[in-house]
Write a protein that binds this ligand. Structure first.
Ligand SMILES: [Zn+2]
Length: 498
């Protein structure tokens, strides 16, 4: 009898122990973590190459970081020493922060770059791992989430600031060169059981990305806009190009004026004489200091369209300026300028500057608030590596600021095409979308290269551009806009003095 009672008692104790402690024991094992995550419809983190992947320098990651992740990443890196980039597609978090920080340090020590791709989602512990990338970039449709943590009964913010629990994260961010403010911001951003999706200005403020000017994206956009499907983006028939530009505006949350992004206007087709409708696409980034003072960053997106069944793709003229405009809009959404910046993709330039003229006659803001215009027209094709900066003769106040940028540029930077008396060069002050601004005495600077054999020819194709030249021009443009934004010079001398 005594023996039976002992057995029953033992069985009860065992059942109770299993009930209370087994999940905890199991959760301490990789197998158990996998089991519990699978029950919640999640996967544990895994690393893989895509089928048909050409080069093996990029590896992809999905799933929740868990106790095996440090081993997995170490093994993956040992087996693939050629890896340069970790693409984090869907990494919603971590269930083992100690392991996560070890795995992340491994990523940094191997100089891996991290990237969150189109429609990617990375949050919580995944965000910490993302920060381990040496170079870090985020696709404009990707989501990056942060939140606070809780330990036991306390939320992170209830621990004193100098508590050991904070220190392990703060040490990690210091090592990753992330401002420690980022850590305190994540604790405020959302409680432990929810997620805050970072905005582009937050991503800029906390140095979350290293690569805010996405020149690879720019080249992909140019290639796309200059592909046959876009029918040469002929004004009046460039719906597809409009959709690409508008969806990019939306993806970076570019602000719209009260009438939205689209501004239609009538124009006359240069060739057929037909009355058609053109469409400017316009958004803006608000300035941090001078909200009501605007720089207009403009580029025309139309080209010649289809002529006698031949598609004129206009890769350089002016898918180059358009794509630069788009990635600059993203860049300045991440790093807020002091002045407000209007990003304007103009239509019907090729028929006679209709879009930009409509803009200056019907501005979406008070005309007197428009301080200046930057115009990009043909900036990706010059085998001599030479770019023209046009407008510094009538507006010399900008020249020293641009020259300062030019010091660090591998380009040959020439000034000119802005003197009507110089008969050795075409006069470009009315030759592109800067013209209508110039006509109304709005200071303007145009970036453009000399005409090339593909100018207004069907051979103005993506294959014929000079990608490195193009990248360097856009770096120069970015620097010039920033310098002028931060040191907007007094316009004592203007076009009237010439
Ligand atoms: Zn053009």
């Amino acid at each position: 009898m005594k023996k039976v009672i002992t057995i029953i008692l033992g069985a009860i104790i065992l059942v109770v122990a299993i009930y209370f402690f087994l999940p905890e024991i199991l959760f301490g094992t990789a197998w158990g973590q996998k089991f519990f995550l699978n029950m919640e419809g999640e996967d544990v983190a895994y690393f893989y190459f895509k089928e048909n992947q050409k080069s093996k320098d990029t590896i992809y990651m999905r799933g929740v970081i868990y106790s095996n992740t440090h081993n997995d990443i170490r093994q993956t890196l040992n087996n693939n020493p050629q890896l340069t980039t970790l693409v984090m597609e869907d990494v919603p978090g971590s269930i083992d922060d100690e392991i996560n920080l070890l795995a992340s340090r491994e990523i940094r020590s191997r100089n891996l770059n991290t990237y969150i791709p189109d429609s990617g989602m990375v949050a919580s512990g995944g965000t910490d791992m993302f920060l381990a990338g040496k170079e870090r970039a985020v696709h404009e449709t990707a989501k990056l989430g942060v939140h606070s943590w809780s330990g036991g009964d306390l939320e992170a913010l209830e621990y004193p600031r100098d508590h050991e629990e904070h220190k392990k994260y703060l040490d990690y961010y210091v090592e990753m060169d992330i401002p420690t403010d980022f850590y305190w911001y994540t604790l405020e951003a959302a409680p432990a059981d929810t997620i805050h999706w970072m905005t582009l200005p937050e991503i800029g403020k906390y140095q979350v990305v290293t690569n805010a000017l996405d020149l690879n994206k720019m080249l992909r956009l140019q290639k796309r806009l200059a592909s046959d499907a876009f029918k040469g983006r002929g004004a009046g028939d460039n719906q597809l190009a409009q959709e690409v530009i508008l969806s990019y505006f939306e993806s970076i949350n570019l602000k719209a004026f009260e009438n939205g992004y689209k501004y239609s206007f009538p124009f006359q087709d240069e060739n057929s004489g037909e009355e058609k409708t053109g469409t400017n696409l316009i958004g803006y980034v608000e300035g941090s200091k001078y909200k009501d003072e605007y720089f207009v960053i403009g580029a025309h997106y139309d080209h010649l369209g289809v002529v006698n069944d031949t598609i004129y793709n206009g890769a350089d003229d002016n898918a180059s300026g358009t794509s630069a405009l788009l990635v600059l809009a993203k860049y300045f959404s991440i790093y807020q300028p002091e002045h407000s910046l209007i990003f304007a993709a103009f239509d019907a330039e090729e028929h006679g500057l209709f879009g930009s003229r409509y803009f200056v006659n019907n501005p979406p803001v008070k005309f007197s608030g428009i301080l200046m215009n930057f115009n990009f027209d043909m900036i990706s094709r010059n085998p001599k590596n030479e770019i023209y900066v046009v407008g510094t003769l009538p507006y010399p106040q900008f020249k020293p600021l641009i020259e300062k940028q030019a010091e660090n540029s591998p380009l040959t930077i020439s000034y000119g095409h802005d003197n009507p008396k110089d008969k050795t060069k075409d006069y470009w002050m009315y030759a592109s979308d800067n013209g209508p601004f110039f006509a109304k005495d709005i200071p303007n600077i145009t970036f453009s290269e000399e005409d090339h054999p593909g100018y207004h020819q069907p051979t103005d194709d993506f294959e014929n551009i000079n990608p490195e030249f193009y990248r360097n021009v856009v770096r120069l443009i970015r620097g010039s806009i920033e310098a002028i934004d931060q040191n907007y010079p007094a316009a004592e001398i203007n076009s009237s003095s010439n």
